[in-house]
Design a protein around this ligand. Structure first.
Ligand SMILES: [Mg+2]
Length: 232
């Protein structure tokens, strides 16, 4: 079993990247880009490139700002659980690796694998790059499914995906067990795809932790399939 976790609005409360862009942009152009992206008129990469171009923030300001970001308190419990069971897991995000790294460290999480977009900071300008973009996909900036669509992907090594947004749809559709909320949940319901609804990571943690050991380990990976289960 392998577990892949989205970051913004899944590990964090709210969309950290959007909030940062909104706060440090020199104009309102980022909003028009966001709207065009939501309507599917531009790709995620086009949107992020345009939005980051308008941001002015120094490294020191960025670090200071990120100190205010809090994560779901159950994320550290989930990380401990995954480590204890020796389950391969990582964050897969359209946010930027250095930003996620700083936030996790500020919240006491160290050495958790992060796969995100790349970012360089020069003076008060941010320069993004997209190492995981799929040239065959015009939508995603980070093709999240590349991290598990490999030789080891089989029903004997199921993929668990946890996410909330449009950038999770492609990857979640390829996963074996999906925890979904918000836009991702709406998409799965609309297309009648199996998923487990969650509100925050306490639901995911309680669910995985509540399964018998044999169901959630790297050695005997079998998970029950459940349609639209709602956590109380
Ligand atoms: Mg998200």
């Amino acid at each position: 079993m392998r577990v892949f976790i989205d970051f913004d609005n899944t590990v964090t409360k709210g969309d950290v990247l959007n909030e940062m862009i909104g706060r440090y942009s020199i104009s309102d152009d980022w909003m028009a880009l966001e709207k065009a992206w939501q309507l599917g008129e531009i790709s995620t990469k086009e949107c992020l490139m345009g939005q980051m171009k308008g941001v002015r923030i120094s490294r020191q300001e960025l670090i200071k700002y990120l100190k205010t970001v809090r994560i779901d308190p159950y994320f550290s419990k989930l990380v401990d659980f995954l480590r204890m069971r020796e389950i391969e897991s990582s964050i897969v995000s359209d946010n930027f690796e250095p930003i996620i790294d700083i936030i996790l460290e500020n919240n006491g999480i160290k050495d958790f694998k992060i796969c995100g977009n790349h970012l360089k900071i020069y003076k008060d300008r941010l320069f993004p790059s997209f190492p995981y973009q799929n040239p065959n996909c015009s939508f995603c900036a980070h093709c999240k499914k590349v991290h598990f669509m490999d030789d080891t992907h089989s029903k004997n090594n199921p993929i668990v995906y946890i996410g909330d947004g449009r950038s999770d749809i492609c990857a979640a559709k390829e996963a074996d067990v999906v925890f979904a909320k918000d836009t991702l949940l709406e998409y799965f319901k609309k297309h009648r795809l199996s998923c487990i609804e969650f509100n925050d990571l306490s639901g995911v943690y309680e669910y995985l932790n509540g399964l018998p050991f044999g169901l959630v380990s790297c050695r005997q990976p079998k998970l029950p399939s459940i349609l639209y289960e709602k956590f109380e």
